[in-house]
Design a protein around this ligand. Structure first.
Ligand SMILES: *[C@@H]1O[C@H](CO)[C@@H](O)[C@H](O)[C@H]1NC(C)=O
Ligand SMILES: *[C@@H]1O[C@H](CO)[C@@H](O)[C@H](O)[C@H]1NC(C)=O
Ligand SMILES: *[C@@H]1O[C@H](CO)[C@@H](O)[C@H](O)[C@H]1NC(C)=O
Length: 283
C-alpha cells in the first residue's frame, strides 16, 4: 500500500512537472509570437468611406494597444515602398502587398515597436500603429473618380485620415498626451506631407512630433555625379495621382493644365486649385 501510494505521489509530481514545462513552453512561444507580430485591422466601412488601396481593397492598419503609463502615448508609423506614376506601374503595384490589402501579411515588429522594456525602454508600453501603405503615392492623393479602364483608386490620403479618425473614436486616441508620426522613405515623405494635419487631428494638450527618416528627397547631384531625377519622379507622381483625375471632364481643364503640366508650375496654380491639391488641412 505504502509503495503504491509512493508511486502515485511520484507519478503525480512527474505529471505536474511535465504539465508546468508544457505550459511554460506553450505560453513562452505564444508570448514570443504575440510580441513579435501584429495582426491586421481593416478600417470600418472603408469601402463606403472610399479609404481604399490602389485595387479598391479596404485600407488597414496594425495596432498594439498601449498599457500602464503609456496608455495615452501614440506612435504612428508610415512605412516606405516607393511610388507609382503610370497606369502600368500602378497596375503592377496593385497586384502586390504595396497596392492591395487582399492578403496582408502579419507585421514583424521592429525594435521601436517591441513591448519588451529591455529592448525598447522608451516606447514599450505606447500604443503602436502601423498604417498599411498601399496607395502608391505617400498617402497624398484623394481622387473621387475611379479610372473605369484600370479600376485604379488614388485615395491614400483618405486611408490616413480614416485610420486617425477611427483610432480617435474607438481606441482612445482623442485622449492622446504624446503622439509621434514616423515614416521612412515614401513614408518619410508622407510624414512631412501629413505632419500639420496629424497635429490638427489631436487635442491641444497633446505633444506632437514628427520624424521623417530618409524622407527628404533633395535636388542634388549624386555622389557619383549622376543627374538627380527626384524632381522628375515627383513631377510624374504628382501629375498621375492628382492632376489627371482632378475634374477630368471639367470645362476648366485648360486652367488645370496651366498649373499641373509641370511640377515647377505648381506655383502658378490659383488659390482654389492649391486648396483642392493640398486639401483642407482641418478636414
Ligand atoms: C510591370 O510589370 C511587367 C511584368 O512584370 C514589367 O515588364 C513592366 O516593366 C512593369 N512596368 C512598370 C512600369 O513597372
Ligand atoms: C526581453 O529582451 C531581453 C533581451 O533580449 C531578453 O533577455 C528577455 O527574455 C526579453 N523578455 C521577454 C519577456 O521576452
Ligand atoms: C493659362 O496660362 C496662359 C499663359 O500664361 C494664360 O494666358 C491663360 O490666361 C491661363 N489660363 C487660365 C485658365 O488660367
Amino acid at each position: 500500500m505504502g509503495s503504491i501510494s509512493h508511486n502515485q505521489v511520484t507519478v503525480s509530481i512527474c505529471f505536474k512537472i511535465i504539465l508546468y514545462v508544457l505550459v511554460f513552453i506553450i505560453s513562452h512561444v505564444d508570448g514570443q509570437n504575440a510580441s513579435q507580430q501584429l495582426s491586421i485591422t481593416f478600417i470600418a466601412d472603408a469601402i463606403t468611406k472610399g479609404a481604399v488601396c490602389l485595387d479598391g481593397t479596404p485600407g488597414a492598419y496594425y495596432f498594439s494597444k498601449g498599457f500602464g503609463d503609456g496608455i495615452n502615448s501614440w506612435m504612428i508609423f508610415l512605412p516606405g515602398g516607393a511610388w507609382c506614376a503610370t497606369n502600368e506601374g500602378c497596375l503592377n503595384k496593385s497586384s502586390t502587398d504595396l497596392g492591395s490589402n487582399k492578403n496582408p501579411p502579419p507585421l514583424p515588429l521592429g525594435t521601436f515597436q517591441s513591448t519588451n522594456k529591455t529592448i525598447n525602454p522608451d516606447f514599450y508600453n505606447w500604443n503602436i500603429v502601423q498604417i498599411r501603405y498601399c496607395d502608391g503615392a505617400s498617402f497624398m492623393a484623394d481622387v473621387e473618380a475611379v479610372n473605369p479602364e484600370t479600376n485604379l483608386h488614388l485615395r491614400g490620403r483618405r486611408i490616413f485620415t480614416s485610420v486617425i479618425e477611427e483610432l480617435k473614436s474607438t481606441q482612445g486616441m482623442s485622449n492622446a498626451e504624446n503622439a509621434l508620426l514616423i515614416g521612412n522613405s515614401a513614408g518619410g515623405l508622407a510624414t512631412i506631407l501629413n505632419c500639420d494635419r496629424f497635429h490638427s487631428f489631436l487635442p491641444g494638450a497633446c505633444r506632437v512630433k514628427c520624424i521623417s527618416d530618409s524622407g527628404f528627397f533633395i535636388r542634388a547631384e549624386h555622389l557619383r555625379g549622376a543627374q538627380d531625377n527626384a524632381i522628375d519622379n515627383f513631377r510624374k507622381v504628382v501629375l498621375f495621382h492628382i492632376s489627371k483625375y482632378v475634374a477630368p471632364n471639367s470645362p476648366n481643364e485648360v486652367g488645370w493644365n496651366n498649373c499641373t503640366t509641370e511640377f515647377s508650375k505648381l506655383s502658378s496654380c490659383t488659390e482654389n486649385q492649391h486648396h483642392i491639391i493640398m486639401g483642407n488641412p482641418n478636414s
